[in-house]
Design a protein around this ligand. Structure first.
Ligand code: NA7
Length: 572
């Protein structure tokens, strides 16, 4: 389907960026899984498109996050595209949850298989996008000097793509090697015999620490907030399991699309259950899926609670819905969780240092690990509990806390991201009447369905704030958004409309709905600080950003809105 008002792009604008504005139907920002699939769907419609990507290759998150131990926390048979049955059948995953190099290879394979690279301009960052109300077009600029005019602008910029480098005093003075997990060098640094420090114990730190401990001479973990992490249970993927998935993919994909988290986990190969009960896949769920409506932890006698943790380990809490909603049940689960840490970690002082106490379970994104707590039993690993001895400064020689200086050759920041809004707020993005996005979002992101914003016509976000995104299987959510956007473009072309944006009252109602759903969950508990809330970034508005009502329900709502003639959107 071709946009009747479009101007085909005659020349290759990448060839001579200074030849004046190129004109395409769509600019896509980012060539991760979202950008690649968006390009595929745009081209399928005969639309001209340019994709800009800052990296030298496709892959997005999996291109940048190549730190040791980086791995997906959703099973790969599910964390993969469903749009092409041939791709589904041909690709072979080697592990239950693939490591970063394998996922990057998959992304590269997709780019080659569908010949996507010729419309992607690499090593180029979009710096500005301005809506030109007169021409009804976006004017997009890059750091390589491109100027492109496009009817549609699609932000496939990722939820976790802007690394957070905290303002640690003296950081610039460090004389050793400074690394960030989210910008790990392509050439793996040789850490043999070196003194390595890690700041940060979120998902990235928890994945990196056991591997760094094996490679480094000495590893010191500087921990501000202990993590609640449960064993990933990763293992090689059995050929029979992969074959069964492949045989049953159509049914499994359909169930994913109706589930709360967009993945089924251990339920995937079990007989189909009613859609509403699914979605307790293991890691991404939280309040939307936690416990699947079974018994509460407080319904059990104390010895039964202990027995549950004895049997299922620290992840036992995920089986009880009240842990996600009731502070009392949550604290009972936290105490049982701490007991699990004490069982694994030999040194009592270190175990106490690893016990989370200041915030509830299920407040931050669930973390899964491979031998994280066991790593602290190694003779070359030391925990520095910054709650007891706060970090004073980074020095040329290492890190100084109130307890003294730790000498380091390498300092690894595993300090996370300016999540969900970070990438868009770094682009000079203006809508109608030059209205800057940073003003519109000053008090937190405002979107309709996480897909569009008022006063930013024809600009779409893939997995934007206000959609399930990070609370779901990202690839399933990406496919849903891309397909919804593609269908909207078809509808506009067929109905002779050229612009689309949400009505202010639809945005208002959606923002209120997203906030209301998150209220009363552990995600927004007063003691909770998380990147979901933006509270890991100084000065960022404290607002819960993803949609917590479940992926299946969200998808249903998006479909109904489209079927009702794009209810809440203004088509002009
Ligand atoms: P996270 O989950 O945001 O974790 C960042 C970690 O860094 C966390 O432990 C922070 O402690 C710590 N941090 C941040 N700033 C500081 C300072 N200034 N001093 C000490 N410690 C600090 O990021 P990840 O990269 O691990 O994971 C992000 C997502 O990527 C993850 O959820 C998966 O979806 C994949 P804090 O908790 O703020 O006290």
């Amino acid at each position: 389907m071709t946009d009747p008002t479009s101007t085909p792009n005659a020349a290759d604008p990448a060839a001579d960026p200074f030849a004046g504005p190129a004109v395409v139907d769509a600019v896509v920002v980012g060539a991760g899984f979202a950008g690649m699939y968006m390009l595929y769907r745009l081209r399928e419609r005969g639309l001209t498109a340019m994709v800009f990507e800052a990296g030298t290759d496709v892959g997005g998150t999996w291109y940048w996050n190549r730190y040791p131990g980086a791995r997906c926390d959703v099973p790969s048979m599910e964390y993969s595209y469903s749009f092409d049955p041939g791709l589904e059948q041909d690709w072979e995953w080697t592990e239950l949850m693939a490591a970063q190099p394998e996922i990057l290879s998959y992304a590269r394979h997709v780019a080659d298989r569908f010949d996507l690279r010729r419309h992607i301009t690499f090593e180029t960052r979009v710096t500005a996008a301005h809506w030109d109300d007169e021409r009804q077009r976006w004017r997009v600029r890059t750091d390589a000097g491109h100027e492109v005019e496009a009817r549609w602008c699609i932000m496939a910029t990722g939820c976790l793509s802007v690394p957070n480098t905290p303002d640690l005093p003296g950081l610039d003075s460090f004389a050793g090697t400074l690394l960030h997990t989210g910008r790990w060098p392509k050439e793996e640094p040789d850490l043999t015999g070196l003194r390595v420090g890690v700041v940060g114990t979120g998902s990235s730190g928890v994945q990196a620490i056991p591997v760094l401990a094996e490679r480094a001479g000495q590893l010191t973990v500087f921990q501000r907030s202990p993590v609640y992490t449960v064993p990933a249970g990763n293992k090689p993927l059995r050929a029979e399991t992969a074959a069964e998935f492949k045989a049953r993919y159509p049914e499994i994909r359909e169930r994913q699309r109706n589930s709360a988290t967009g993945f089924l986990g251990p339920l995937a190969l079990k007989e189909s259950r009613p859609a509403r009960a699914e979605g307790e896949g293991g890691t991404g769920g939280g309040a939307s899926s936690g416990g699947g409506g079974r018994k509460g932890l407080l319904d059990l006698a104390p010895d039964e609670r202990e027995a549950a943790f004895d049997r299922f380990g620290p992840g036992a809490y995920q089986r009880f819905r009240d842990v996600y909603l009731d502070p009392e049940a949550n604290e009972v689960a936290c105490e049982l969780f701490r007991r699990e840490i004490r069982k694994i970690v030999h040194d009592a002082d270190t175990a106490a240092g690893l016990e989370p106490r200041e915030y509830p379970l299920a407040c931050k994104r669930p973390v899964i690990d491979t031998h994280y707590y066991e790593t602290f039993n190694r003779p070359n690993v030391e925990l520095v509990d910054l709650r007891r001895s706060p970090l004073v400064e980074v020095t040329p020689a290492g890190v100084r806390t109130t307890d003294g200086e730790v000498a380091l050759d390498v300092l690894v920041l595993a300090t996370g991201f300016d999540a969900m809004t970070g990438a868009l707020s770094r682009i000079e993005l203006t809508g109608r009447a030059g209205r800057p996005l940073t003003d519109v979002w000053a008090d937190g992101p405002r979107t309709y369905l996480g897909l569009q914003m008022e006063d930013f016509p024809n600009l779409f976000m893939v997995n934007g704030p206000g959609s399930p995104s990070v609370l779901s299987n990202m690839i399933v959510s990406i496919e849903q958004h891309v397909e919804w956007i593609a269908a909207a473009l078809d509808h506009l072309a067929a109905s002779g409309h050229t612009t689309m944006e949400p009505a202010p009252e639809a945005v208002e109602a959606w923002v209120a709905h997203v906030n209301e759903l998150a209220e009363g969950t552990m995600y927004t508990a007063p003691s909770c600080n998380s990147w979901y809330l933006g509270s890991n970034i100084e000065g960022k508005a404290r607002v819960f950003m993803p949609y917590v009502g479940g992926f299946g329900r969200y998808r249903q709502r998006c479909t109904e809105i489209a079927e009702a003639g794009y209810d809440g959107f203004v088509l002009a």
